[in-house]
Each structure stands twice: as C-alpha cells, then as structure tokens.
Design a protein around this ligand. Structure first.
Ligand SMILES: [Mg+2]
Length: 153
C-alpha cells in the first residue's frame, strides 16, 4: 500500500476495501481540515461517505482538547476520541474497540510523524501520511506569489 498521499481524497477507497481495511482512524487538524478551519470540504465528506458505503468505519483521533473535534465528528456521523494523547496507544486501542477492528484491518491517516504515525507504528497499524493542509496552502500561496511577480515584470 502507498504510505504517502497529498490529500486524504487521493487515497483510493477501492484499494483499501480490497486490502481488507475495515476501520480508518483519522487525524483532524491539517489532515481533514486546515488548522484554522471549521468546515470539512465537500470532497472530503464525499470520500468518507464512499468509505462508509464500502463498509469502512471511521473514528476521528485528535489530540485537540476543544469541542470542535466532537462537533465535526457529529456532522460527519463518525466516532471521535479527543483528546487522544497520540502517540500513546490508549486512544488507538479505544478507537479500534469502537470500530470493532484490529491492528491488521485498521488504517491510520494523519499528517504528523511523531504523533499520528508513531503511535500507529507502535501498535503495528498501517499508516498513510498526508501533506499538512496549511503547509500545502502556504506552498501554493508562495508559488502563486512567485508567478505574480514574474507576470508583473
Ligand atoms: Mg494533524
């Protein structure tokens, strides 16, 4: 399986389904929403919906202390554990109990190596690391600024 993706929506639900993935643990900040944002994009909502249709269950696994994680999970109609204290194993284990999955049919999707990925690796859960959303925006902003400068010369 691919270990990296630009964005969650680049991860093929069909591939996961054929690999026997039954549960996805999803990081929140910079994985499905930019750090400052409140709303999940229509494309990401559709991706989650597509997963549910294939029988895959989702759990938000966020280290955030705010009620935002719970609100977003409610909206998406998926499970949530927040704060999850990643990379400690307890949150992942609780999430797998909620989803009735094991480390062999669960996938962790997140943007941070030392929280999301590390905790999953400790429990031998498959991982896919995505590009942080806000960095991506920052890069795109920089590229467009460069282009603007070139054009204005
Ligand atoms: Mg994150």
């Amino acid at each position: 399986m691919r270990r990296r993706a630009d964005h969650v929506t680049d991860i093929s639900i069909d591939d996961l389904y054929h690999k026997g993935i039954k549960g996805i643990l999803l990081d929140l900040d910079n994985t499905i929403v930019a750090w400052s944002e409140q709303n999940v994009s229509p494309a990401t909502r559709q991706w989650i919906q597509q997963g549910k249709q294939k029988g895959i269950s989702f759990c938000l696994l966020s280290n955030s202390y705010t009620s935002r994680a719970r609100r977003i999970a409610n909206e998406l109609d998926i499970h949530v554990i927040a704060p999850a204290f990643k990379p400690l194993p307890f949150g992942y284990q609780r999430a797998m109990r909620l989803l009735a999955t094991t480390n062999s049919n669960t996938l962790m999707v997140g943007d941070q190596l030392f929280t999301d990925m590390l905790g999953a690796h400790l429990l031998k859960i498959d991982t896919i690391c995505v590009m942080p959303l806000s960095t991506r925006e920052f890069c795109l902003t920089r590229i467009s600024r460069c282009l603007e400068r070139l054009v204005s010369k």
